[in-house]
Design a protein around this ligand. Structure first.
Ligand code: FES
Length: 57
């Protein structure tokens, strides 16, 4: 599912950033993928996905 329409970033890509690269915050994922660096509408959903994934680990 697309989370960030500005950059075409999916929830799978965000989970991978956490699982494979050890990102643990929106700032980390933003730096890696560019998520939420344009309109910002995806920031809440992206944050929720990151938090849920960090909690799983
Ligand atoms: Fe992610 Fe616009 S939808 S920055």
């Amino acid at each position: 599912m697309y989370v960030c329409l500005c950059h075409g970033i999916t929830d799978t890509q965000i989970r991978e950033a956490v699982n494979k690269h050890g990102d643990s915050s929106l700032a980390d994922v933003k730096k890696r993928l560019g998520v939420a660096d344009q309109c910002g509408k995806c920031s809440r959903m992206a944050t929720n996905i990151i938090k849920a994934q960090v909690d799983v680990e």
